[in-house]
Ligand binder design. Structure first.
Ligand code: ATP
Ligand code: MG
Length: 558
């Protein structure tokens, strides 16, 4: 098995290799991905998913999809379904689905055990008071006046908490650790709080809910997770994770090992669920799957492929180092993938009429062209050429400019896969816009290998469509939702919304797109990569722009 090759291992793989060397049986290796079902997964989660599931594949170890559903507020079935769908889209398979709520009874019994061992107590103080007494890492905390309640009283109170005798917020169960610990997480953390909220799985069975701290490690332990991988912000929680585990540890089982890696941040985006929710509430985006946000479903709707996302994560690597990645790198990964898989077509986004005066009226030539000049296995198709064409507005310059290499009066250019033309004059509309450009073509210049080499270095090639044969296509042009590189840093993040993040236009496409299937990708030549999101085969086609053909960021100063 090639995983034994030591080179190129990331630091977590090195730890696992070490554990195997020190006697961990390979069949005991097990991972989990533990999302909270209170929102959709985002690009940061892809890192965690990729890490856990790739390790599962590598060590042929099970991976559990465990929903961390300890907070009934904001969690629901819709999020569970979306999370499953997203992981499936990424091409990963979990061995089992579980829920933290499956273990509520066990957690409750263990909590009783902790109370019996004088390791937990019921505190009737308000949350606010508890926080004040905790102080900060420079000042030692103060013990609660309820800290030394008798075991019997604690058991009695905790059972009453469970049985609904007390109001929300009136008391909590706390672990009895150390109010003087330099690690704030160890200052008697809360294990249970009262919430009279219906849970999407357990209904109204419970009115006390365990905290993340009291749940996570215990679930890892129950499920015999060998390596519990989480993001760096949990590093300070590790002593608490281990403290709890030591209280319930049974020597027959393995004790999970928590390992932290850095969180992924991608520029010009936000991923916080709270902030995404805010954008939905304010109607700035339509949903969790809006193509302008970096949720997995948003990226998928926009046209991102799963392999480009996995490739992105693989390239940035798994480390503990700061993981702020520029969005241009994500775009690079999708561009790279689509370059390999997307057939080429011609679409004019902003049409300008061009007339070839010496071309026969009503004649149509069907020109044979490669679907992907870089990969002949894509085959060929026929595109119609005629006297009346559309070219891109910005491919023509009214004034003759020295450094303009596209079309201008008196200059020649090649029409892609077709002829060389020369522009002779143009006419204007009343409003001053250009109406038509009049050209002549060279009948001897039809595109073939010989001509191509001859003009290769000197002549620019433009894309075009034949007006008579072209079909309208609705195109969603997207830009980043934020104009600021790190909008998440700011509570007023919504002030940096890009007003041009979505722009709907109608372009003109070559007729072959009539047959395009929803969910397929194309390169619109010279423009970018696009994704067909609607086609009812009645000239009603919509495509999303995924990414420009070239990196646009070099030019922009945002
Ligand atoms: P958010 O802060 O976006 O709401 P979260 O951390 O609350 O996210 P969870 O559903 O708890 O989201 O995350 C599930 C797993 O994914 C956790 O193990 C978490 O560490 C990991 N994860 C979340 N965000 C990122 C990220 N940006 N980069 C890497 N891993 C992440
Ligand atoms: Mg979380």
């Amino acid at each position: 098995m090639n995983y034994r090759i030591k080179s190129n291992l990331h630091f977590i793989e090195k730890i696992i290799e070490e554990d195997i060397k020190n006697g961990l049986p390979i069949e005991k290796i097990k991972f989990r991905f533990p999302p909270e079902p209170n929102g959709y997964l985002h690009i940061g989660h892809v890192k965690s998913i990729y890490l856990n599931f790739q390790l599962g594949i590598k060590y042929q170890a099970p991976v559990i999809l465990r929903f961390d559903d300890t907070n009934p507020i904001g969690e629901n079935e819709q999020f569970i379904e979306s999370i499953k769908q997203d992981i499936t889209f990424l091409g990963f398979k979990w061995n089992k689905v579980s829920y933290a709520s499956d273990y509520f009874q066990t957690l409750y019994e263990w909590a009783i055990k902790l109370i019996q061992n004088n390791q937990a107590y019921v505190d009737n103080q308000s949350k606010k008071n508890i926080k004040i007494q905790r102080k900060n890492s420079y000042t030692i905390g103060i013990n609660s006046k309820h800290r030394n309640r008798s075991i019997l009283e604690n058991i009695n109170l905790f059972q009453k908490m469970k049985n609904g005798f007390f109001q929300e917020g009136s008391c909590v169960l706390r672990a009895k650790i150390n109010m003087e610990s330099p690690n704030m997480n160890m200052r008697d953390p809360i294990m249970y709080r009262i919430l009279y909220k219906k849970h999407h799985r357990t209904g109204n069975k419970w009115c006390i809910y365990p905290t993340y701290d009291w749940t996570h490690g215990q679930c890892d332990y129950i499920e015999e997770i060998s390596h519990s991988l989480c993001s760096l912000e949990f590093e300070n929680k590790k002593p608490l994770y281990n403290w709890f585990l030591n209280k319930i540890f049974d020597k027959k089982k393995i004790i999970p090992k928590q390992i932290e890696f850095s969180r992924l941040h991608v520029s010009h985006s936000i991923t916080s669920k709270r902030k995404i929710n805010f954008l939905i509430q304010k109607n700035i985006i339509r949903s969790w799957s809006d193509p302008r946000i970096l949720t997995i479903s948003g990226l998928r709707n926009k046209g991102y492929t799963s392999s480009s996302l996995k490739n992105f994560i693989q390239k940035i690597g798994i480390t503990k180092r700061n993981n702020n990645i520029d969005i241009s790198f994500l775009e690079f990964c999708i561009r790279n993938h689509l370059n390999k898989i997307a057939p080429r077509v011609m679409v004019v986004l902003s049409p300008l009429k061009l007339i070839i005066d010496n071309y026969i009226e009503n004649k149509t030539e069907w020109i044979n062209t490669q679907n992907n000049p870089e990969d002949l296995s894509f085959g060929k198709r026929k595109i119609p050429f005629s006297r009346y064409l559309y070219i891109e507005k910005n491919d023509f310059s009214e004034k003759n400019k020295k450094n303009f290499f596209r079309l201008q009066i008196g200059k020649k250019i090649r029409l892609k896969s077709a002829y060389i033309i020369q522009a002779n004059f143009f006419t204007k509309k009343k409003n001053g816009d250009i109406d038509e450009i009049h050209c002549t073509y060279d009948p001897e210049s039809q595109y073939n290998k010989k001509n191509r080499t001859h003009h290769k270095n000197t002549m620019k090639t433009l894309h075009w469509v034949s007006i008579k044969h072209s079909i309208p296509i609705k195109i969603n042009l997207y830009q980043t939702l934020f104009l600021k590189k790190k909008p998440e840093e700011d509570e007023d993040f919504y002030n940096y919304i890009n007003p041009k993040s979505k722009n709907e236009i109608i372009g003109q496409a070559e007729p072959s797109l009539k047959q395009s299937q929803i969910g397929t990708h194309f390169q619109f030549q010279r423009i970018g990569y696009f994704y067909i999101v609607k086609n009812n085969h009645n000239n009603d086609i919509t495509a999303n722009k995924i990414v420009s053909i070239k990196n646009q960021w070099k030019k922009k100063i945002l």
